[in-house]
Design a protein around this ligand. Structure first.
Ligand code: ADP
Ligand code: ZN
Length: 812
């Protein structure tokens, strides 16, 4: 094959350029090493930039090209699947190719390049300026330096002198990459199964133990520190290593989830789990496999099935990715994956130090790690042959990336990635996203259901061993209108007050949940539950305290607030929000003995690590937890038996088509926190609109009922999954200018839709965004609705000031 002479490189250019490719020459010394999709350093103006090879060819462009500077070391090449996925991200999320490609590069690579100045040794032909002379002398004396180092040494700016010295060939720029710092690693042992067992008796026994361990744990490696636990002598094991019967594998410590209590073993499945497992296992035999939704109530044992699936994937010699929502990194799922597959599991997350992150990445790249656990960004790690992708709590909003672009949804990316690798995709949730459930209902996903919590084994009357049925907690809905009419003011109904009192008396813990979203903007009548809605759009009006106005975020209708309820005529309309602090005070007043822990964003931002808060709860230093959404998810609080939702309506009446869904999910998930270990769990939901379907369904933990009503609502109003949305937001210092810019954009979009005969496309707005001002800037929003929406938006040059969000998970 002839050698490539030119390379088209994708790199970060000016914003707005969607396919930023530049052509460079391939120097002779790189011609047989440079590869397609490889990370390289290229010159751009007077800098060295990171880029990725998009194509290699021999067509000389019509202009002079500069040569590629060098390859990124250690060499890094995107897999063809990764490249295909990047192309797909450009189409689907309307990001730039560079934004998509950059997702796959090792962490903070661009920051690791340093440009050194080095004398070429050429003899100067003309006269040197004094500054050039001093610079050359300095470099001759001290060896290559960065520009900053040289400037510091000479105490002056060198930009002009350097430019001249480079252009006359006296000094060259030499990009180097700062090496990764060493990280602490942990050693693991892997038996070589193809070799003959040792003849020495002690070694034979040791080898046998290591081999058996390996096989019983689905090929997981034995941590060296477990040797003494298994009664193995380090010296004997060392002999096995020397003879090549056992291999030592090193993995970076920072990326290893800490395994508490040692390795764990597969559980015996319940009949229901067994059935779900058959469905999952059969997918591994299909080519291509169909994606699968594991829809199981909280505590039904979904994790055990994830673990089985990972084991199956590893047995087939392939690798697995397990996604958890950002907030759940400290939870049980991570622990259990690590405990089941020690030595093969790494954790990638933003909390790792840079050196740890690079080392984890390198371990994956070298093929040492076969199970990668992490938040959505774990989809972009350099695994060669992905056999399984698990998404736990697939309905979580944390799976959608907002900033920076690409604004992708991990579920959609995982589905595409699974297709490219012909991998099994396993989505798990107790409250699947309505769009996921719809995909399942229309046959795009296979569904396995778990309807029961796994109870403990007990001995029955006739001495037989059976599994006790663990009930879901009892849910009581309190109609706050009645409380109000009966003159019970205050935040807690009588039922909630009594429930708290009873739990405290039994020495159990109470969780009180405040839905922060919407708590400051909902206008509701305390007497009849009436919610102020827009007469034109039927969308709840939002109260903006700073302007003392009610605004419709669909049509921009604005009204002055009143205090009299238009439905019942009583002066009970309230503009309020019960924040966590008010609830905390109320608990302290009513139950002075109780130890209260407030757990919200403010507390966490003041430097309280969620893990230390969790420890305080687990050590029983707390009686009542007053928290926001943050605590509702993922955590397992064994001593919590009673959960109170102080005002369930706040989340429902937000101007977002997903408001009811999010409320249903939150109520169901939080109810799942109650009584996971102790019987008699009780959930009290306080509401002014107990007839709302999200609350009715959540109180019965009836997903199917919720789904039916919600789907009808979505269809009636033309929302996903029936019609696709693209959201465009612009920010402006001046409110009117922002409005005009949005109107102009709306007009252009409408014109483009006509031009492309995209008949189903509508442009809604402009309207003020729900967060109508942010950091002093006014936000205006447009919605493009219809299957062809993304195509229409893509056909218009959208300048950098606009945020474009395809398939937004929130309109707030
Ligand atoms: P989910 O993820 O569905 O909420 P988990 O996977 O956390 O549920 O399981 C709930 C509890 O039940 C865990 O403590 C788990 O160890 C236990 N469990 C699950 N499956 C089994 C089983 N087959 N036998 C015994 N215990 C099980
Ligand atoms: Zn309106």
């Amino acid at each position: 094959m002839t050698q490539p002479r030119y390379a088209d490189i994708v790199l970060e250019l000016e914003p707005g350029e969607r396919r930023p490719l530049l052509t460079y020459g391939v120097p002779a010394e790189l011609a047989d090493r440079i590869r397609l999709y490889q990370a390289v350093w290229v010159p751009l103006r007077d800098e060295v930039r990171l880029g990725v090879v998009a194509s290699l060819h021999e067509e000389a462009p019509a202009f002079a090209v500069r040569p590629v500077v060098g390859l990124v070391e250690p060499e890094f090449v995107l897999t063809p699947e990764q490249w295909a996925l990047a192309e797909w991200l450009v189409e689907e999320t309307l990001c730039t190719l560079w934004e998509a490609v950059a997702l796959f590069l090792p962490p903070r690579l661009a920051q690791r390049v340093e440009v050194l100045l080095r004398p070429t040794g050429a003899v100067p032909t003309g006269r040197l300026s004094p500054v050039q002379r001093r610079l050359l002398d300095l470099l001759a004396q001290r060896g290559p330096l960065t520009l900053e180092q040289a400037q510091r040494a000479l105490g002056r700016s060198l930009t002009t002198a350097l430019e001249r010295a480079v252009s006359t060939g006296l000094i060259e720029r030499l990009p180097i990459v700062r090496p990764i710092q060493r990280v602490v690693s942990e050693q693991f042992l892997r038996p070589r199964l193809d070799s003959d067992p040792p003849t020495d008796a002690a070694q034979g026994r040791a080898y046998e133990i290591i081999r058996r361990w390996y096989e019983e744990h689905d090929g997981a490696l034995l941590p060296r520190r477990f040797l003494h636990r298994l009664g193995l002598s380090p010296a004997t094991v060392q002999m096995l290593v020397q003879r090549g019967l056992v291999e030592v594998v090193e993995l970076p410590r920072g990326g290893l989830p800490t395994v508490q209590g040692g390795p764990d073993r597969p559980l015996t499945l319940t009949p229901e789990q067994q059935q779900a497992w058959e469905a999952i296992r059969s997918m591994f035999a299909q080519d291509p496999p169909r994606p699968l939704l594991l829809h199981g109530v909280t505590g039904s044992g979904k994790t055990e099935l994830y673990l089985r699936a990972i084991g199956e994937c590893l047995r087939r010699g392939r690798q697995a990715i397990v996604l958890v929502p950002e907030i759940a990194l400290a939870t049980q799922v991570v622990q259990r994956v690590a405990a089941r597959f020690p030595g093969r599991t790494v954790l990638v997350h933003s909390g790792l130090r840079e050196s740890e992150r690079s080392a984890v990445w390198e371990a994956i790249h070298q093929g040492q790690a076969a199970v990668v656990v992490g938040p959505r960004s774990a989809l972009f790690v350099p695994l060669r042959s992905i056999g399984l992708i698990v998404i736990d709590e697939e309905h979580e909003a944390a799976y959608k990336q907002q900033e920076p672009p690409p604004r992708y949804h991990a579920r959609a990316v995982a589905q595409r990635l699974a297709e490219l690798h012909r991998a099994v995709l396993l989505l798990g949730s107790a409250t699947p996203d309505v769009t996921t459930a719809y995909a399942a209902a229309t046959g795009q996903l296979v569904v396995a259901r778990l309807r029961q919590r796994v109870g403990p084994l007990v001995v029955g009357e006739r001495g037989e061993v059976a599994r006790a049925r663990l009930q879901l907690p009892r849910v009581e809905v309190v109609d706050m209108r009645l409380e109000h009419q009966l003159g019970h003011a205050g935040l807690f109904s009588r039922a909630l007050h009594e429930a708290i009192a009873a739990a405290l008396q039994r020495g159990q813990q109470v969780l009180l949940l405040i839905n922060r979203r919407g708590s400051a903007t909902l206008v509701q009548c305390r007497s009849c539950g009436h919610v102020e809605v827009c007469p034109l759009c039927d969308v709840p009006l939002v109260y903006h305290a700073d302007r003392r106005q009610l605004i419709c975020h669909r049509c921009d209708l604005r009204r002055l607030p009143s205090t009299t309820c238009p439905t019942c005529g009583r002066p009970a309309l309230s503009y309020y929000g019960a924040g966590t602090q008010r609830v905390e005070r109320e608990v302290q007043q009513r139950f002075p003995q109780a130890r209260v822990l407030r757990w919200d964003r403010d507390v966490v931002q003041r430097g309280n690590d969620p893990r230390s808060l969790l420890q305080r709860v687990l050590r029983r230093e707390v009686d009542v937890i007053v928290g926001t959404q943050m605590v509702a998810k993922g955590f397992d609080f064994p001593a919590v038996t009673t959960v109170g939702i102080v005002h369930a309506d706040t989340g429902i009446y937000l101007p977002d088509y997903r408001a009811a869904e999010r409320t249903f999910q939150l109520l169901t998930q939080v109810a799942g926190r109650a009584g996971r270990h102790l019987p008699g769990g009780l959930v009290v939901i306080q509401t002014y609109t107990p007839e709302h379907y999200a609350i009715r369904a959540a109180s019965r933990q009836d997903y199917d009922a919720f789904y039916q009503e919600e789907l009808a609502f979505r269809q009636r109003h033309g929302y996903p999954p029936f019609r696709r949305l693209v959201r465009l937001v612009v920010r402006h210092r001046d409110e009117l200018a922002g409005r005009l810019a949005s109107e102009e954009m709306a007009e252009r979009l409408r014109e483009k839709a006509r031009e492309l005969s995209a008949r189903d496309v509508e442009v809604l707005g402009p309207t003020p965004a729900f967060v109508s001002r942010i950091r002093g800037l006014y936000q205006w929003q447009l919605l493009v609705r219809g299957a062809d929406g993304p195509r229409v938006v893509a056909a218009i040059p959208v300048h950098g000031g606009w945020i474009v969000d395809v398939d937004p998970v929130s309109l707030l």
